[in-house]
Ligand binder design. Structure first.
Ligand code: MV4
Length: 455
C-alpha cells in the first residue's frame, strides 16, 4: 500500500480524498494555489506545498510544478480528483514515467475515451448501443449531409474533442444543416484547437443516466448501478440521484452490462462513468465515458455502502476488487444537491467573497461534503460549487422530504447561494413525480413564470 499520496486538486474533492487517505492510514500531501492558503484541504492534509498563483493555469494545471512537489515530498501516488488534470492523458503518462502511480486509468484509456468519435467506434465494436450516426469524424460537408439524410433529421453535430455539451449544434433539416455544420466546426476549432466533428441522431427530451463502473488491474470489472443526472442547467448538473426513478431492474441490468463492456473495450482500470442518453421508450445509447471520479459519486456510495475513493486507492495500489458483481446490493434512495455560490436571481452569476456564516444540516441520513466554513473567503478563480448535500432514505419520496428538510437548515451568509432554488425544485410536483428529463429546469422556469403572471 502507498505511504503518501499527493492530492492534485482543491475544494471538496481534495478534502474527500484526504479523508479517504486518513482512514486508510496513508499520508496526504496537499498542493495549493496562493488563493487557497486558507482552504480546508491545505490544512487537512499532513503536508502542503504552494504551487503558484491563483489562476488554475498557473497552479492546479501546472503539471511540472505538481510533479516537482511530488518528487520533493517523495509521494507514491497522485490522486487527480475531477476537473483540472484528471482526464489529461499526458499527465497520467508523466506520472508513470516519474515512477508515481496515477490514481486513475492508463493514459491510453483516457486518450481513447477523450476522443468522443473514437470512443463511440470503440464501444460499438463491443456490443454497446450507440446513437445512430456517422462512423467516426466527418470532414466534408457533402458527406456529412449524406449521413444526416440517411439517419434522418433532427441530427446533432458534436465536437470530437468536446464533451459536457461544448461545441454541439442541432440541425432540423438539410437547409439548416450546412450552416450548423460549419458553425460547429469553427466553434470546435476555436474551443479545442481541433475542428473535427461527428454526427448523431438527435434524441429529443432524453434522460441522462450514467453507470458507475470500477475495474481492477486484473481484468475484473463491475458496475455499481446508475445515477440519474437529468436535472441540469446549461450542462451543469444540479441534482443527481440513485437509483434512477425511470430505470427498471431489467434496464439497470442491461445498462450495467453495456457499461462493463464499454470499460473492457479500452482495458479500463479504476473508477469510471459511462454516460447514456435514454429516450422515452427506455432505449439507451452510449454517449461518452468519463475517466475520473465524478462529483456525484456519493449517491452511489450511499446506495451501495461502498467508499469509491478508498476503492480507487486500493485498486491503484495493485489490490484486487474485494467483491464480485453478485456481491453488490443496492438499497435505499439517495439524492445529491450541488450547493453553489451563485445568484439565481441574476442568471446564476457566480458570487465569490467572504462567507460570514456557514451552517450545514445534519441528522440521520444527511451527509455534507464541503470545504467551506464560517469566515472562509471564496476565491473568484474557480468553480462556484461550494459543497454537496447528500441524503439517503428508504425510498425516493422520503429522500425528497429529507432533502427539503435539510435544505431548510442550511444557513449561508455573506454570499449568494442556490439553496432556495434547490428547495423550490424539491417542492416541484413534476420533480416529485420522477418524470424528469434534461428539459426539466427549462420547463420548471416556464411553469413558475406563468404562476407569477397569474398571481
Ligand atoms: C445528445 C442529446 C441528444 N441527442 N446527443 C449534452 C452533453 C453531452 N454530454 C451530450 N449532450 C447531449 N447529447 C444526442 N444524440 C442531448 C444532449 C443534451 C443533454 C444531455 C445530457 C444532459 C443534459 C443535456 C442538455 C442538452 C442536451
Amino acid at each position: 500500500m502507498f505511504n503518501k499520496i499527493l492530492v492534485a486538486n482543491r475544494g471538496e474533492i481534495a478534502l474527500r480524498v484526504i479523508r479517504a487517505c486518513r482512514e486508510l492510514g496513508i499520508n496526504s500531501l496537499a498542493v495549493y494555489s496562493e488563493a487557497d492558503e486558507q482552504s480546508l484541504h491545505t490544512h487537512a492534509a499532513n503536508e502542503a506545498i504552494c504551487i503558484g498563483p491563483a489562476p488554475s493555469d498557473q497552479s492546479y494545471l501546472k503539471r511540472d510544478r505538481i510533479l516537482s512537489a511530488a518528487e520533493i515530498a517523495n509521494v507514491d501516488a497522485i490522486h487527480p480528483g475531477y476537473g483540472f488534470l484528471s482526464e489529461n492523458a499526458e499527465f497520467a503518462e508523466q506520472c508513470e514515467t516519474c515512477g508515481i502511480k496515477f490514481i486513475g486509468p492508463k493514459a491510453n484509456a483516457i486518450r481513447l475515451m477523450g476522443d468522443k468519435a473514437t470512443a463511440r467506434e470503440t464501444v460499438k465494436k463491443s456490443k454497446v448501443p450507440t446513437v445512430p450516426g456517422s462512423d467516426g469524424p466527418i470532414e466534408n460537408e457533402n458527406e456529412a449531409l449524406n449521413v444526416a439524410q440517411k439517419i434522418g433529421f433532427p441530427v446533432i453535430i458534436k465536437a470530437v474533442a468536446g464533451g459536457g455539451g461544448k461545441g454541439m449544434r442541432v440541425a432540423h433539416n438539410a437547409v439548416a444543416f450546412a450552416k450548423e455544420f460549419t458553425t460547429a466546426r469553427n466553434e470546435a476549432e476555436k474551443a479545442f484547437g481541433n475542428g473535427a466533428v461527428y454526427i448523431e441522431k438527435f434524441i429529443e427530451e432524453p434522460r441522462h443516466i450514467e453507470v458507475q463502473i470500477m475495474a481492477d488491474s486484473y481484468g475484473n470489472v463491475v458496475h455499481l448501478g446508475e445515477r440519474d443526472c437529468s436535472v441540469q442547467r446549461r450542462h451543469q448538473k444540479v441534482i443527481e440521484e440513485a437509483p434512477s426513478p425511470f430505470a427498471t431492474s431489467s434496464m439497470r441490468d442491461a445498462m450495467g452490462k453495456a457499461a462493463v463492456n464499454a470499460a473492457r473495450a479500452v482495458k479500463y482500470e479504476n473508477a469510471g462513468t459511462v454516460e447514456f442518453l435514454v429516450d422515452k421508450n427506455g432505449n439507451f445509447y452510449f454517449i461518452e465515458m468519463n475517466t475520473r471520479i465524478q462529483v456525484e459519486h456519493p449517491v452511489t456510495e450511499e446506495i451501495t455502502g461502498l467508499d469509491l475513493v478508498q476503492l480507487q486507492i486500493l485498486i491503484a495500489s495493485g489490490e484486487k476488487l474485494p467483491f464480485k458483481q453478485s456481491d453488490i446490493k443496492f438499497s435505499k434512495h439517495a439524492l445529491e444537491c450541488r450547493i453553489c455560490a451563485e445568484d439565481p436571481e441574476r442568471n446564476f452569476m457566480p458570487s465569490a467573497g467572504m462567507v460570514d456564516f456557514f451552517h450545514m444540516p445534519g441528522g440521520r441520513g444527511v451527509r455534507v461534503d464541503s470545504h467551506v466554513y464560517s469566515g472562509y473567503r471564496i476565491p473568484p478563480n474557480y468553480d462556484s460549487m461550494i459543497g454537496k448535500l447528500i441524503v439517503v432514505a428508504d425510498n425516493r419520496e422520503k429522500a425528497i422530504a429529507k432533502m427539503n428538510r435539510a435544505l431548510g437548515e442550511c444557513e449561508i451568509r455573506g454570499i449568494k447561494s442556490n439553496v432556495e432554488f434547490l428547495r423550490k425544485i424539491t417542492n416541484d410536483p413534476y420533480f416529485q413525480s420522477g418524470d424528469v428529463t434534461t428539459k426539466f429546469i427549462e420547463d420548471f422556469f416556464e411553469r413558475n413564470k406563468n404562476r407569477q403572471l397569474k398571481e
